[in-house]
Design a protein around this ligand. Structure first.
Ligand code: KG4
Ligand code: ZN
Length: 334
């Protein structure tokens, strides 16, 4: 069996896969309740909680799968990017277990895991465009194969999910912002409050969301009797339009008629609907993982780890986790 571990942010995720790469069982422990009182993730609290939860979660995972620790033949773990303290907990745990069991460790990149979890449910032909939009990242990739991955655009400031979280904080809606904003948006009118669409008509695959947040601040100041539902609907519409149009623009410009959209924000219903609709109109096939695999989980780590395990791509126990994304943007594409 292969054990997969995810601890890059505020979710502790573990998953077990069999030797055919089939998912046996997964568990996710979310720390959201711990952090929501602070209006965002407190890194120190996150790493301490991973430390407490990860061994217990792994034990329950094995128990619920009717497995023993000795059944684990390899461990895949997220090495980065993410919160370094949180990553260190997962990576150290994996290394210690691997050392004790004399089994290999497989290094997995969090961003790639988000996108490649699609292979658990769907067959996607290469090449494809990948949009990853989460709390820490908003990035467009050209993906030619499992190994050949180019970063072609990214956010110049805030990530998409971060914008949802910041606007929710402004409206006193708590953390995380995405789910609560999208719920309120359903009761609002997206035409009532119009927010800007940053970088939408510029010839770039980059994004920018910090100006949008400022526009919300200014709107709230100028309109003290605003309706939260309309602000949420207007804001969600602006983010979704930018994400959908930029992504499909990349597909058209690079002549690639398929796209995978993943990451926490990809669980947003408005975004999913808009992407499928607009994609269909343009003849672009849109693939999105099941909502439960959009936010952080161990399964996405296992999918990549299994692929690397088949190729015997193991990493030495001296390998260290990394906080920042390893991809360098290639501007030759746009
Ligand atoms: O991928 P993820 O679980 O963690 C990171 O790697 O960042 O993404 C978390 C982000 C948060 O910013 C959260 O507000 C956002 O995803 N999110 C959503 C929705 N559900 C989660 N954003 C918009 N709509 C949602 N339904
Ligand atoms: Zn993530």
């Amino acid at each position: 069996m292969l054990l997969a571990i995810e601890t890059s942010c505020d979710e502790t995720g573990v998953a077990l896969f069999d030797e055919e790469g089939r998912l046996i069982k997964e568990l996710v422990f979310s720390q959201v309740d711990l952090h929501s009182q602070f209006g965002g993730i407190v890194p120190e609290i996150a790493s301490r909680k991973h430390l407490e939860i990860l061994p217990l979660l792994t034990k329950s995972l094995l128990k619920s799968a009717g497995a023993e620790i000795g059944d684990i033949k390899a461990i895949g773990v997220t090495f980065g990017p993410g919160l370094i303290g949180s990553l260190l907990v997962g990576v150290s745990f994996a290394k210690a277990l691997a050392f004790a069991l004399k089994i290999p460790v497989i290094k997995v990149d969090h961003l790639i895991a988000h996108l490649f979890v699609i292979f658990l449910e769907k067959k996607v032909e290469f090449p494809f465009i990948g949009l990853l939009v989460s709390g820490g990242h908003t990035a467009l990739f050209l993906i030619n194969s499992w190994e050949e991955i180019f970063l072609i655009g990214h956010t110049r400031d805030d990530a998409g999910g971060e914008a949802f979280d910041k606007v929710a904080k402004l409206l006193g809606l708590g953390y995380p912002g995405g789910p609560v904003i999208s719920e309120l948006a359903k009761k609002g009118d997206p035409e009532k409050v119009k927010f800007p669409r940053p970088l939408l008509n510029e010839n770039t695959f980059d994004f920018s969301f910090s100006g949008l947040k400022t526009a919300v601040v200014n709107y709230l100041k100028k309109n003290p009797d605003y309706k939260k539902e309309d602000v949420c609907a207007g804001f969600e519409e602006a983010v979704c339009e930018v994400l959908v149009k930029k992504t499909l623009f990349a597909c058209e410009k690079l002549k690639i008629p398929r796209v995978v959209v993943a990451g926490g924000v990809a669980s947003n219903e408005r975004l999913r609907k808009k992407l499928f609709e607009e994609g269909r109109k343009k003849g672009i096939k849109v693939y999105m993982p099941d909502k439960k695999f959009c936010t952080d989980n161990g399964v996405m780590v296992g999918v990549v780890a299994f692929y690397k395990w088949k190729k015997r791509e193991f990493c030495p126990l001296t390998e260290e986790p990394y906080a920042r994304a390893v991809f360098k943007k290639l501007s030759t594409f746009c």
